[in-house]
Design a protein around this ligand. Structure first.
Ligand code: 0X9
Ligand code: ZN
Length: 311
């Protein structure tokens, strides 16, 4: 039976195989090839549904990780959610009442590059010039180019145009395909212990009050799980609590009609927040990251189910 350990950060090939194995083993899981990365890696996602996405009374919840390559701890968080929704199911309602889309490795080229060559690589592996890579979280078509870099050598380079990169276009296509029923989208990043919402230009969405409310509920669920090095989560608009940022995937999800859309920033390595060392992952935290993030996902998903049924 398929199963992945939570003592190491798994590579692309292992996760890719695992998603296929899950779909071959569990009737409610399907695996899809969403397209290929710049270097030709297949970008796969799974769906989890007891009704094969045919029951339009169910909301869709989408989870995503590794849009930024170096943010390794986000992968076990997503894999843990898969484990709890497919293999070790203790929350039946979440499996029955919700259709799930889970995209564990949104940026496979950058991710592999961060394993083989440059641990702190963030972008994809687009060949721009002598500097490579586009920041995929600046490449979505949402006030594109207004709070990002025009310099291909910058870590926040936004690309030649919105959706110039296959990896961001793939996420766009998934969001569009499910726009009518997508109620909650969580793009998992690190680090900073934050639950962020749009927009990255300081503008608030019309439902900001509800978005903030759910953000606080999710953050509190994580904070209730104690881990010595963790800080309490901060909740807020990305531009107000972090910085201005254009072209972000979670902001783009909102304008496609997803009412609840967040960027999670998981905790840093040993509480380090001032240097890239914060992207390192303590082996003991791999399981913990999955466990505590799942607490927030559960809260978000149950809220999404209730809210969708009141529509
Ligand atoms: O800068 C980013 O892309 C994210 N932070 S990170 O340290 N993981 O790079 C925050 C993105 C939040 N963006 C929007 N909600 N627009
Ligand atoms: Zn990130």
């Amino acid at each position: 039976l398929p199963g992945l350990s939570f003592d190491v950060i798994h590579r692309y090939a292992v996760v890719d195989r695992y998603l296929v194995d899950l779909a071959n083993t569990y009737p409610n899981v399907r695996v899809f090839s969403a397209g290929r990365s710049v270097e030709g890696r297949d970008i796969k996602y799974i769906t989890i549904s007891t009704t094969n996405f045919q029951d339009t009374r169910k909301p869709v919840v989408m989870l995503q990780s590794l849009l930024h390559a170096r943010e390794w701890v986000t992968l076990p968080a997503t894999l843990y959610a898969i484990e709890k929704l497919v293999i070790d199911v203790t929350e039946r309602d979440l499996v029955n009442d919700i259709d799930w889309i889970i995209l564990p490795i949104a940026n496979p080229d950058g991710y592999e590059h961060s394993h083989t060559s440059a641990r702190f690589w963030r972008k994809n592996r687009a060949r721009n010039s002598f500097c490579m890579g586009v920041d995929l979280n600046r490449n979505f078509d949402i006030f594109w180019g207004t709070a990002s870099s025009t310099n291909p050598c910058s870590d926040t380079f936004h690309g030649r145009r919105a959706f110039s990169e296959p990896e961001s276009a793939i996420v766009r296509d998934i969001l569009h395909a499910h726009r009518n029923r997508l109620e909650l989208y969580i793009d998992i990043h690190s680090f900073g212990s934050m639950v962020l919402y749009g927009y990255g230009n300081r503008q608030l969405p019309p439902n900001a009050l509800a978005v903030n409310y759910l953000g606080v509920q999710m953050a509190q669920a994580i904070d209730a799980v104690k881990w010595p090095q963790n800080r309490n989560y901060i909740v807020g608009n990305v531009a107000m609590v972090l910085y201005m940022a254009s072209g972000g995937s979670s902001d783009y999800a909102m304008v496609t009609g997803v009412p609840f859309s967040y960027t999670f920033e998981l905790p840093s390595y040993r509480g380090i927040t001032s240097t890239v060392q914060g992207f390192l992952v303590e082996p003991d935290f791999i399981l913990q990251a999955g466990f505590e993030t799942w607490e927030a996902i559960k809260v978000g998903a149950r809220f999404a189910a209730r809210n969708f049924n009141r529509r």
